[in-house]
Design a protein around this ligand. Structure first.
Ligand SMILES: *[C@@H]1O[C@H](CO)[C@@H](O)[C@H](O)[C@H]1NC(C)=O
Ligand SMILES: *[C@@H]1O[C@H](CO)[C@@H](O)[C@H](O)[C@H]1NC(C)=O
Ligand SMILES: *[C@@H]1O[C@H](CO)[C@@H](O)[C@H](O)[C@H]1NC(C)=O
Ligand SMILES: *[C@@H]1O[C@H](CO)[C@@H](O)[C@H](O)[C@H]1NC(C)=O
Ligand SMILES: *[C@@H]1O[C@H](CO)[C@@H](O)[C@H](O)[C@H]1NC(C)=O
Ligand SMILES: *[C@@H]1O[C@H](CO)[C@@H](O)[C@H](O)[C@H]1NC(C)=O
Ligand SMILES: *[C@@H]1O[C@H](CO)[C@@H](O)[C@H](O)[C@H]1NC(C)=O
Ligand SMILES: *[C@@H]1O[C@H](CO)[C@@H](O)[C@H](O)[C@H]1NC(C)=O
Ligand SMILES: *[C@@H]1O[C@H](CO)[C@@H](O)[C@H](O)[C@H]1NC(C)=O
Ligand SMILES: *[C@@H]1O[C@H](CO)[C@@H](O)[C@H](O)[C@H]1NC(C)=O
Length: 496
């Protein structure tokens, strides 16, 4: 009997700690991809992995239709380019809410919890483009939600980058909002407080490491406790993520809204395209983060209340702009085709577990396009590879990336294959003046993988999924989406 009780206790504990992470863990779902997965398959992946929160960057109706009828909590984003209109014209906000919120509510509808107005609109590198419109747009959206009778259930916020705050002394406890937007941040915080909405912040330890050559690598992760780590008047910080959150907590105090709940809208680690962007580092980062969440220690300034965290990102997106860096197309914890990249235990127990990948993925033929070493005239190889790279995704070739340092022959095979696959394996796309040939044996070697493309997802319009009208094909990204996620580093200046 005693033994049975103890066992029950143990089970209850396990269940509780597992669900703590699952409840507090969300995922960002973007689809700036040449061949996005069928949204229904992606939703099944969320279910199979116990993910209950999803953040979107716009209100794509195919994606929302796939989420309809599930209990997944959804945060819908509004792209920055709509902010000015939404701020100036209330009717625009009304129309947006009608088409993108109200239409998806009701029985069997979408469980919408948040509207994220803009995406990092106050980024310093935007030079103030959206400073005038962000808060008025938030207010108009809330007004329209209230008018529709859903303003209490659906919270309005705006995801901001860590560069909206800073600390002049390098101590988190001295955190303040950035000087040029301090007044505005005060007003935004007040608005959030009045309406019971969270402060949403995007935090990227990867960028600390990528942008600052002197940054101590260990401090980007969660798994070490070096007593000489950053000391804030006796409080020790062992990772930059916690220091970052507490800098925000301190800044919220100066804005007289010390208790605003914080949600981390984006955090993650890319797996390719840079020397720090490896699967090993990503696995280490998430492993530490998830354990930290499961421990429920919180941070020094907010003990026992770790924020809800949305991983960036669920899937790789091969059409994202590489302006921020070549790693930009490799943020997924899954590859573009929904396959897990590295072991990850979402319960935070650090076990060697695999995530559940997408099922019934509609791959094209098992064939690859590689460099034909037997071609008579190899003179133009280098320039042909350059051309291929200009017209496809060669982010795995740059120094430190998964196919780097393997020579021109491998460069050519990687570039030719990527071009061929992205052209849906069209015969003519594997020629390159005879320099290329098709093979049926997988040319992957070591870390360098040769993907096979999937069939383009063709959306059916309407909620019934049975009509064939062509007005809602989801596969091509709008140019506006390319503006997303130009992330800059976090403004905790590390060394004086
Ligand atoms: C609804 O959202 C979509 C996707 O973000 C956008 O293209 C569309 O303009 C929005 N509708 C209205 C009426 O604003
Ligand atoms: C912001 O200003 C800088 C320097 O003047 C300029 O290089 C950059 O292109 C501007 N960015 C935007 C988004 O206007
Ligand atoms: C924002 O408003 C201020 C004051 O009205 C004005 O000086 C400034 O030009 C505006 N900025 C933009 C980007 O519209
Ligand atoms: C602790 O940090 C110091 C200074 O950064 C470094 O010299 C030392 O090697 C670190 N010790 C461990 C065990 O990581
Ligand atoms: C984790 O599991 C995989 C697959 O079962 C196995 O190949 C790998 O060696 C394991 N890694 C560790 C560190 O145990
Ligand atoms: C090989 O191709 C280059 C460029 O097209 C050409 O200039 C050269 O004459 C060719 N060589 C032979 C042996 O055909
Ligand atoms: C590739 O693109 C660069 C930059 O646009 C251009 O300068 C170069 O000529 C292109 N190379 C080829 C072979 O098309
Ligand atoms: C392979 O491609 C990468 C990226 O374009 C380049 O840096 C490298 O020099 C190339 N290697 C050879 C041998 O051409
Ligand atoms: C894989 O790469 C190694 C080192 O570059 C090379 O020696 C080996 O031949 C390659 N294997 C295949 C199957 O291409
Ligand atoms: C939709 O189009 C596909 C391919 O054109 C066809 O096979 C299918 O029967 C159509 N479905 C309906 C409901 O019309």
């Amino acid at each position: 009997m005693v033994r049975a009780t103890v066992l029950l206790w143990a089970c209850a504990l396990v269940l509780v700690s597992a669900s703590v992470v699952a409840q507090d863990l969300g995922a960002n779902w973007g689809a700036i991809a040449s061949h996005p997965l069928d949204p229904k398959k992606v939703v099944n992946m969320f279910k199979d992995n116990g993910i209950k929160k999803v953040k979107l960057f716009d209100a794509d109706s195919n994606i929302l239709n796939a989420l309809a009828g599930t209990d997944i909590e959804v945060m819908i984003g509004i792209p920055n380019l709509h902010l000015a209109d939404l701020a100036e014209k209330y009717s625009t906000a009304q129309a947006w809410v009608k088409e993108n919120i109200t239409a998806h509510l009701g029985k069997g509808g979408v469980n919408i919890k948040y509207v994220a107005v803009g995406n990092e609109p106050l980024l310093a590198s935007y030079n103030g483009t959206y400073t005038n419109s962000t808060l008025p747009a938030m207010k108009n959206i809330l007004k329209a939600l209230n008018e529709a009778g859903v303003g209490k259930d659906i919270k309005v916020s705006t995801p901001l980058n860590g560069d909206v705050y800073m600390t002049p002394t390098y101590k988190p406890s001295d955190g303040i909002f950035r000087g040029d937007i301090a007044d505005l941040m005060g007003q935004i915080c007040e608005f959030l407080k009045e309406n019971d909405a969270p402060f949403i912040i995007n935090i990227y330890p990867f960028f600390n490491l990528y942008q600052n050559p002197g940054f101590p690598k260990e401090y980007a992760f969660f798994d070490h406790s070096n007593s000489s780590d950053f000391d804030d008047d006796g409080v020790k910080y062992h990772n930059v993520f916690d220091a970052n959150i507490d800098t925000l907590v301190a800044a919220l105090k100066t804005a007289k809204t010390p208790d605003l709940p914080i949600i981390v809208g984006e955090v993650g680690w890319p797996t390719d395209g840079n020397v720090y962007a490896t699967k090993q580092n990503a696995q280490r980062f998430y492993n530490g983060l998830l354990k930290k969440m499961a421990s429920n220690e919180g941070t020094p300034l907010r003990p026992k209340q770790y924020p809800v965290v949305y991983m960036f990102a669920w899937l790789d997106e091969d059409f994202k702009s590489i302006d921020p860096g070549m790693f930009e197309r490799h943020w997924g914890i899954f590859s573009f085709d929904g396959q897990p990249k590295f072991p990850m235990d979402l319960s935070g127990k650090g076990q060697n577990k695999s995530l559940v990948g997408a099922k019934d993925v509609p791959y094209l033929e098992k064939q690859w396009c590689v460099h034909n070493k037997d071609a008579q005239n190899q003179t133009d190889l280098a320039i042909t590879v350059e051309w291929a790279c200009n017209n496809t995704d060669c982010t795995t070739l740059v120094p430190g990336a998964s196919c780097s340092g393997m020579g021109l022959d491998m460069n050519a095979s990687v570039a030719f294959n990527m071009y061929y696959q992205m052209q849906d394996q069209a015969k003519a796309a594997c020629d390159f003046q005879g320099l290329a040939k098709l093979v049926t044996q997988n040319p992957s070697n070591g870390t360098c993988e040769f993907p096979i493309m999937i069939k383009k997802f063709q959306a059916t319009s309407g909620t019934s999924g049975s009509s064939n009208s062509s007005d809602s094909v989801a596969s091509s990204p709008s140019p506006s989406q390319l503006l997303f996620h130009i992330v800059v580093g976090i403004c905790i200046v590390w060394f004086a």
